[in-house]
Design a protein around this ligand. Structure first.
Ligand code: DOR
Length: 450
């Protein structure tokens, strides 16, 4: 317990705090795990001080799309390894996807994941439940369970068995429940019809975006928006990859939010396939530079709501299988922030826009109650970054159980040097501090979860 004579448990001094109302050079006082004060605090009594002079103090980064593979595929990742990687990358909160084995489609499967958090998660965490043709009605109550981040729906099949491809089932999911539905938008019928394009022996991974083409993504997004509109159901389109979808999303701004990934903003075809081979294979695919440029434009003009990593670990042995037997997905939770800070350094977006995309944006989209902003009353989740720090990313630095990164060899400029989780210094100078203290967190009251 804090003695009555002490004002704060921790004061972060002298950093530049990126708040919703601007970047301020100010101290930040933490009490009982929350931000209690912003302003000059030099005369106040604190148990601990963190000197942030010369550093930027950001709200704890929220990665709202990660696949941690537990239960069932722990050789690729676990909640322990995935959240440790996240924290080393300056991410303090993750929303985890349901395509595990078994998939998270029932109260029991969600309860099983929740039971795996205490003492093992290094970040705060919540879990999506997966939509299926069979559980559409049950989703209305499932989505309100504590620890549930919302509903995830796969319109096209990717890793795992989750799929809602027919219109009646899609309609059923959209009708039941109220929370925003997170959608993987690729059109299953078109993917099936075009699968022959990659089935000839010797087909190279360069064919991946030809098979899973622009039209596959556009058709699914169109259909999703049309059905969601009928019920006024809010949706969040994950990992948008095409210029064409952006126009649609602009039209449906009152209904739909959307995400782009650092991979789609950084890599482009065909170069990524030439240098990375199947390591660059993901769904929806990395496409040509014209799409990447359109995504950047959407970032700059305020259309994009969220940047999420779509951290999708597979082992190097699995990725080395000949295409198309190689699984789709790249890890990214540990590199999300440094890669995006490098884009800030190179002038592609401002630091405050980045904070919007990786903190306040995900909090707004999913209704996370006390995270995503530096403000009094918020959880004291803080990511401290050195915008000048240059680091060469390597496979060896990655804490993910999969042990590799598509950004191996890249020099990043801007790096997380510390992270506070609800007021405790949980990462400092590339090391985790103390045992894992991650917890399940609360969403806004009206959403019924938390
Ligand atoms: O490439 C992908 N991999 N896209 C997804 O949507 C799923 C993910 C995975 O879980 O491996």
């Amino acid at each position: 317990m804090r003695p009555a004579s002490r004002d704060f448990d921790l004061v972060v001094t002298g950093g530049t705090c990126v708040t919703p109302w601007g970047a301020l050079e100010t101290d930040l006082g933490v009490r009982d795990g929350r931000i209690a004060e912003l302003g000059p605090l030099s005369g106040r009594v604190a148990a601990e001080r963190f000197d942030a002079h010369g550093l930027h103090v950001l709200p704890g980064i929220i990665d709202s799309q990660v696949h941690f593979r537990e239960p069932g595929l722990e050789h690729k990742e676990t909640i322990a390894s995935g959240t440790a990687a996240a924290l080393l990358g300056g991410v303090t909160t993750v929303l985890e996807m349901p395509n595990t084995v078994p998939p998270t489609t029932s109260p029991e499967a969600l309860a099983d994941k929740l039971a795996r958090v205490p003492g093992r998660a290094s970040t705060d965490i919540a879990f999506f439940v997966g939509a299926t043709e069979a559980n559409a009605e049950a989703l209305a109550s499932l989505e309100r369970l504590p620890g549930c981040a919302g509903v995830k729906l796969f319109m096209g099949s990717s890793t795992g068995s989750l799929l809602v491809d027919d219109e009646a089932a899609l309609t059923d999911v959209m009708r039941h429940g109220r929370r925003r539905v997170a959608v993987h938008a690729e059109d299953e019928a078109r993917l099936r019809a075009r699968r022959h394009l990659v089935e000839a022996p010797g087909t190279r991974v360069e064919a991946h975006p030809v098979w899973r083409d622009e039209r596959s993504a556009e058709r699914a997004t169109e259909r999703c928006l049309r059905v969601a509109r009928r019920f006024g159901r809010r949706v969040h389109i994950l990992h948008v990859t095409t210029a064409e979808e952006l126009d649609l999303l602009e039209e449906h701004r009152d209904l739909a939010t959307f995400e782009v990934t650092p991979q789609h903003l950084t890599l482009s075809a065909p170069g990524c396939y030439e240098t990375l081979g199947t390591l660059a294979q993901m769904n929806p695919p990395i496409r040509e530079a014209r799409h990447r440029e359109a995504l950047w434009h959407a970032v700059r003009v305020g259309l994009v709501d969220v940047i999420g990593s779509d951290h999708a670990p597979h082992t190097r042995e699995e990725k080395a299988r000949p295409y198309p037997a190689s699984p789709s997905g790249m890890p990214g939770v540990q590199t999300l922030l440094p890669v995006m800070l490098t884009h800030v350094h190179e002038g592609r977006l401002s630091l405050s826009r980045l904070v919007e995309l990786v903190a306040s944006g995900p909090a707004r989209v999913y209704g996370i109650a006390r995270k995503g902003r530096i403000a009094v009353g918020a959880d004291a989740d803080i990511t401290v970054v050195d915008l000048k720090r240059r680091v060469h990313l390597t496979h060896a630095m990655m804490r993910s159980a999969c042990g590799w990164t598509p950004f191996d060899g890249m020099e990043v400029v801007g790096f997380p040097v510390a992270a506070l989780l609800r007021g405790r210094i949980a990462m400092r100078d590339g090391e985790l501090v103390g045992p894992p203290t991650g917890r399940v967190f609360a969403f806004e009251e009206t959403l019924g979860s938390g």
